[in-house]
Design a protein around this ligand. Sequence first.
Ligand code: GBH
Length: 483
Amino acid sequence: TFTTADDAVNTKAFPKDFKFGVATASYQIEGGWNEDGKGENIWDHLVHNGPFIIKHNDTGDIACDSYHKYKEDVRMLKDLGVNHYRFSISWSRLLPTGFANKVNPAGVQYYKSLIKELKANGIEPFVTLYHWDMPQPIQELGGFLNDNFVDWFGDYAELCFKHFGDEVSNWLTFNEPISTCQQGYGNAVKAPLIHSPGIGEYICGKNMMLAHARAWHIYNDKFRSKQKGSVGFVVDSLWYEPSSNKTEDVHAAEMKRQFVWGLYINPLINGDHSTMVKEQIARRSKQQGFKRSRLPEFTEKEQKYLKGTLDVIGLNHYSTVLVSAQEKPDPSAMGFFVDCEANEWKSDDWEKSGSDWLRVVPWGIRKLLKWIKDNFNNHKIIITENGYSDREPKLLKDDRRIHYIKSYLSNIRDAMEKDGVNVIGYTLWSLMDNFEWTSGYTEKLGIHHVDFNSSNRTRTKKSSAEFYKKVIATRCLAEKCTA
Ligand code: GBH
């Protein structure tokens, strides 16, 4: 059994302008996969054509049916009292082939209606442009591996700014480079299941960086002065805690951090991959007989183009791992998870959840936030995802989720108050149970239960929704808050 450790909770009220929200993503909730002119994306393709790697062969064909039930979703949001709602646009709902020459009017209408409904209820939209649902025709040309992706994504982004930008001021380009590139183009555990460790996955990363910069520049040149919004990027990062204070373990943990932040955030802030990650991959590539580093280098022109294109860091953070240096790194191994020459694992002391990768380690988020502050000159951060999973078909009294949210929020408040980290908001994953990728509907992260056996997709409040609602209303984690 676990105690909630209320005595340790930070009792300081969150600042008045701190934003509380919840998140979802298009493929995970919308359904309507082929309705009203929507085109096929890589998740539609995977769930229908195989390989059948999804739990119970579940699909997102209907999911939470939010394509039809968005008004009900907004009612839930309104009841929670959230300041913002983070959702994503389905690229192929807007552009059925992926290309910007043919816009689907029903797609434009759907997002216009959703945004209008949100604004009418005083909820700020936070819009992710890409949450893993690549249009299939673009995938067939290589997806992130095709250099033209940068143009295609830019065209799509521009269209979104044009159609929705008068009502939306918070844009996020890509959700989670590691899930997208490492898992999609490296070890092949997410769509499009491309197995190219140490090569394809790094090309994916390069084009993702350049595509982000393209969208940012388009916004900056054509929309910013009028629409006055911001363009961020969402990185998924665990906290990497050294397993001992031995120099090599401390170094290994830092290397792991650089394989996330030096690979994906440093280019957008400082114009290039960090030296540590560049040197590491270059050295290993050379030993392996490659003529050049497997990590593509940015040209000087690209560096200039990338630098300073991040208005806000979007952080998805769920958990922590321990890290040690590999005693004998395999010199011939290639890939994100081996190029770092580090091992990672989870302590047995850490509370488990419904996902193998998710242990409850609330202090990890405070250390991570402090590290980001120190390494990126106190850059503005919004937590774009954080949440807890279980595997109960219908657990409405979800005390462990409450405990998780409370202790993570407490550590975030500590990071703000005691470490001076510039965190502007918190976004809980997720508004409701939804299609959890290859886990299908078995892993639940929602604060509302969804009945996937009923055609109504009935939504029911869990205790965590009540808890979060109270936090938002009082803007504080304790019964008695301090100013
Ligand atoms: C998020 O992924 C997604 O954005 C969201 O769609 C999803 O529903 C939610 O979390 C819950 O899973 O390769 O070692 O970094 C974040 C979770 C990030 C967990 C990548 C697995 C792989 C471990 N995933 N992570 S590692």
